[in-house]
Design a protein around this ligand. Sequence first.
Ligand SMILES: [Zn+2]
Length: 1058
Amino acid sequence: MDGGYVNEEDSDAIMGVESPGGQLKTKNGQKYVFNGPPSGVYVSRTCLVISAVIMLAALISSVLITYFLTSQSLPIVDTSPSAEAHIKDHHVDAATSPSHANATNLASAKFDIPDWLKQNQATTSSPEIAVVVPPVGDIPVIEEALETNTKSMDRPLQLFEGWRPQNYKIVIEPNVDSSSSNGSVSIEIERDPKVNSWEPIVLDVHNVSIANVRVIRSPIVNGSDEVELDFDSDYGDNNDTFIVTLAKSLATESNLRVLLSMDFVSQVTDTLQGIYKTSYTNPNTNQLEWVISTQFSPIDARRAFPCFDRPDMKANFTVSIIRNIKHKMCLSNMPRIRSSSHRTGYIRDDFKTTPKMPTYLLAFIVSNMVDSLYGNLDGGLMPRVEIWTRPTFVEMTNYAYKMVRQFLPYYEEYFGIKNQLPKIDLVSVPDFGFGAMENWGLITFRDSALLVPEDLELASSSEHMQYVAQIIAHELAHQWFGNLVTPKWWDDLWLKEGFACYMSYKALNQLYPEFQIMDTFTMLEFKESMQHDATNTSHAISFDVKTSSDVRRIFDPISYSKGTILLRMLNSIVGDEAFRAATQDLLKSFAYENIDRDDLWAYLTRHGHEKGTLPKDMNVKQIMDSWIIQPGYPLVHVERNGADLVLRQERYLLPSRNPLDHSRWFIPITYETDELHKGDNIPTHWMTQDQEQIVINDAFTKMNNSDNVLYLNLNRQSYYRVNYDMTSWLALKKNFSNLPTITRAQLLDDALHLAQAEYLSYDIPLTFLMELFTAMDDELLWSAAKPGLNYLIYNLKREPAYETFRAFMKFIVRPAFDRYGLHEPDNESHMQLKHRALVANFACKFNYDRCTQVAQTRFREWMRDPKRNPIKPNLKSVIYCTALAEGSYQEWYFAYKQYKRSNSASEKEEILTSLGCTTKPWLLSKYLNLTLNSTSGILKQDGALAFRAVASNAIGHEMAFDFLQTNIKEIADYYGDGFSTISEMIKSLTIYMNKEYHKQQLQALAANCRKLGLKAVEIAIGMAMEQVNDNIYWRTHSYDKLKGFLEGIVSEFEINIF
Ligand SMILES: [Zn+2]
């Protein structure tokens, strides 16, 4: 049952009689439609209650009148109006009481929408067709509705052509109490001249009820009457669309423009998508303060209002928000033009019209958060920048403001285009699904991505400050790449995300060279991308996005990290100058429009040819298609053949090579030897997509060159791993300390992953790992070890070989820990601070007692004096986790208490991760349950983080799986489908799964999810299954060999295993 619109004059309608398609008709045949789950019972009850109240009021009035008449002897005629008035007032009062507020609001909102609509409504309203807007209760907020939400998680996304929106005028009143928004929208729409067939107008909707649909001819000529057009309207399949069909007689007008207007009621969700509500406690009043915020990206504007919800349907938006007077802050993308009294207790804010942009960038926020008054400091600077947060956090915004003011001029210079909007508001939203969202002119963040405490006790780690800087740089880059120029469809999401990520690296590299961010790039982004891209279940960076699950799934490391890596690779192919010139040209040519990847290829090719960096007989499309439309990445094998090099490519695959996979890539080749130092990253050779093997002649001057070093893929500019012949591996090992920093890190990372996929035996990566023993200060080398080591830790932790592995690693990391320790001297550089934390992390993880003991001592110092935390920001992560792992329930409860007490979002995240480090099962179980308790203080945005903390604990892992399986429905309902929280949870579960029975567990979970309609989760389980297969394969094939090597080393170096 899809529910039905109720006309109060139609008693059949009150009883819930419906026409097919979820519509009801009024007496005069006008259609009203309602899209949403069943509501008949609720409506009927509501109406019955209202009727009963009215009848009771009438009865009381009659008694009073009778009493009055009999006692005062006044004529009856004088009292009837007052009785009517009483009933009428009662009706109005009831309507403005919280539970009915929206019905009245929507009715009155009609008189505040633009003149053309106002005038029209005034002339057409009559008692017969007066509209009673669906009561708020019609929108699903109860159990049945949640059931429907769960089932509708995967929906096909059809692209309807024929019409294009030009302007939206939206008046909306979101209401916290009723969890709904009332509004009206008028959309100026023109026929698409490129489509010859006569098509209906199709709007996207999701749980939105619609009334008062009208279509008039546009534009309205001054002084002339509006021309109302005949139409038919209905909901489409599954109520995912709203279809307006105009009379066929208009089909001959190729340049037809219409104004489509309607009133609507939509949901205010609590799943951080669409228009959603969240809250915080005001520390001064101890009262709950509500925040209404929006998250429309990628496909949730349709939850807020009927619209053409796709990135290529750009239009101008004029937004007006009606808010309760108790909410002082109201922001949208553009500056506010005026605020006016709307009705008693309500204010209407009108905002300037936006430039042309897609629906996913629209945003507004209503709350009592405050700004940091940076606008006053700015003077006449454009754009005006403000940072908004809760009053207690205002002091934590200085760092972000400084970053914005540094990055903006950098981008304006780099892109050669000024920032387009007059203002940028940055807001930390109390509960937020993504890290941040680039809404044009109104960028939203989760607290930890924007706020940097400067107070010593709460101060952020160097890592966190770098993260905040980078995320701000990323969102600001989007103001150009994504907002000004937008990918046509979600299959090219990587274009905007890759550019924003890559530009954030460039900006940081320029403004904060001490972060050495480009070195970090070669490990961090490669780790993220290569991990996801190594198995058969990976997807091409650009794949056919057809459903809502596809859209949500594409926001993954392949789009972000692989996108970034490929853009950097392109930059190295055409060189800095051509890359920048192509970017500038592209942005100028497509400003306010859309692009696809072929547009980027064309511009890069032209500028590459002009600058002479790209050979004339090659074009970028030819190179890049191999990287874009197939998943995975290559492994290049290198062999010396006298003075020549023989290069062969194959796909890097886990668990092991697959002879049936013939994927090939167009690979840029760079290399250096003792005799050849290139000096730039521009490739000298190419392996084309149809060449499995190439020969580079005379790479060496002598036939006998076994002592000569050779390494490929300079500065890891391209997206591939390299495997060498044994002569080359030995030469590299021998000369390791003289190699460039990135090459050293690259070799260790590649060697560990080549062994994992059976291309190498483990003696080679173990030999390179031993370099950590002497390379105590090489930050990049240590971070390169992390991903490969983590894989080994998870796969060995519950096996006997962990004993020798731990002894071996403890032996290696000890000298570095003895040098760095857990004492942080003043005035250390950013990199030193990060490095100490990393060394300590390894030392404590492998139970080096000097590390674990000091960690516990420090934590106890804090427990003794909770108001003064002696632990330095960079060391919090390792000390908290170690103290909780080694400690008892006292440490855990203390940490949880501090979590609730802390004002700092980054501190809260540190504690959330450490709460999963305990080894006490009952505490882990308690912690898991807290993630489903809205009063626990654990926000929805952090659910996956908390779950992962338990799942990555060897003791907590099984409990986390059990928790997920038992509560899957509740978790799906609690977290919604917007941010793939469950998919994240499943991903984090696979790390310890390396036995056959684990597969059966996953299969049972998948079956359950299928039953519940959780398509995205099912896909995530499919990918998890692949990871489990890999783990099982590794355990069968590599475990014993690794164990043998470890025992050999431990014995050879006489390492104490205790
Ligand atoms: Zn982004």
